[in-house]
Design a protein around this ligand. Structure first.
Ligand code: UDP
Ligand code: MG
Length: 311
């Protein structure tokens, strides 16, 4: 019998884990595979770890449950990575614990991969953003447009981290051990054929989302920095254009001074030009600085996560 490993990152999810577990247990029969759970407790501050221990050690239903518990919160990307590293199985699914990635879809995804052997991955993308603040949807759209215009790696609009993938693809992802992980990019970068299933947005079954607007904003900057260096080209091109313009201006001023003398005037315009250029230089240096910061962090070869307890 084939095996299916479910990788489930959890951060402060004491309310949702039992619901998730029951839901998956109910649909388990529809998948002709042996299912194993790999919960990753991402340094939760509530009873998440206690609940995972109970599920693992004295579970009346007796599922095949494993957990990894981090020494602190390392973020969902790190949790996914740890789960993918730990999970063995012929197929691996990554999913959220809050039922926003409906487990009822798993059998369909499973069947698709078995009927279409040319695909290595089935993933969902949400086509509606109901229940989300308008302003957030607007910025999300803007982000996807921007990153796809700038980067060669395609980031699908609305792509979720709900995926069922083959062992081969999971191995490829695990091999990519960069420190600054942007998984939407990594999944796309490794290639393999992915089938996208459109789904409606589902509200989380209990608890609250861990993403604030500010966190999402930083996450999107991470994504752009990780998958394209075009902002650096743009700054160089602006610099080049500015050089051209100032050279022409210089010629004009010199010739004018030779023809008509040199009355001192126009220092306000001079100040404006200097502050404008100063701002532009700082901006371009800032862009470069962002990339250098990434290089700095990457060269430290820090651990992506630290395990405190696992089974
Ligand atoms: N999560 C995590 N570490 C974090 C934040 C979130 O492991 O630092 C998990 C969380 O427990 C959930 C999934 O990532 O299973 C998605 O998080 P959430 O539902 O808060 O995000 P949203 O669905 O609102 O994007
Ligand atoms: Mg969620």
């Amino acid at each position: 019998m084939e095996t299916l490993a479910l990788v489930v990152p959890c951060y402060n999810e004491e309310k949702t884990i039992p619901i998730f577990y029951e839901t998956v247990e109910k649909i388990k029969e529809q998948i002709p595979a042996q299912i194993a759970y790999y919960f990753v407790d991402d340094g939760s501050k509530d009873r998440t770890l206690a609940i995972l221990r109970t599920l693992t050690y004295n579970n009346p239903l007796g599922g095949d449950v494993h957990y990894i518990s981090f020494s602190r919160n390392f973020g969902k990307e790190a949790a996914l990575y740890a789960g993918l590293q730990a999970a063995d199985g012929d197929y691996i699914a990554t999913m959220d614990v809050d039922l926003q990635h409906p487990p009822a879809l798993l059998p369909t995804m499973w069947n698709f991969l078995h009927e279409h052997r040319e695909y290595d991955c089935v993933a969902t993308r949400r086509i509606s953003r109901t229940g989300e603040p308008k302003i957030r949807s607007f910025f999300a759209k803007l982000f996807y447009q921007l990153i796809n215009d700038l980067s060669d790696t395609e980031i699908v609009d609305g792509a979720q981290d709900y995926r069922l993938m083959s062992r081969k693809m999971a191995d490829a992802i695990v091999t990519d051990s960069e420190y600054n992980r942007f998984s939407k990019g990594i999944f796309s970068w490794v290639g393999f054929r992915t089938k996208w299933i459109p789904i409606e947005n589902v509200e989380r079954c209990a608890g609250t989302s861990k993403w604030s607007f500010w966190k999402l904003f930083r996450y999107s900057i991470e994504g752009i920095l990780a998958y394209t260096t075009i902002p650096i080209y743009i700054s160089s091109i602006i610099g080049l254009i500015m050089c051209g313009i100032s050279f022409l201006a210089l010629l004009f001023i010199v010739i004018r001074a030779m023809l008509f003398g040199d009355p001192v005037a126009g220092w306000p315009s001079l100040v404006s030009i200097i502050t404008f250029l100063g701002g532009l230089i700082l901006l371009c240096m800032g862009v470069m600085g962002l990339y250098i910061a990434k290089i700095y962090l990457e060269t430290k070869h820090r651990q992506i996560y630290i395990v405190r307890e696992e089974r």
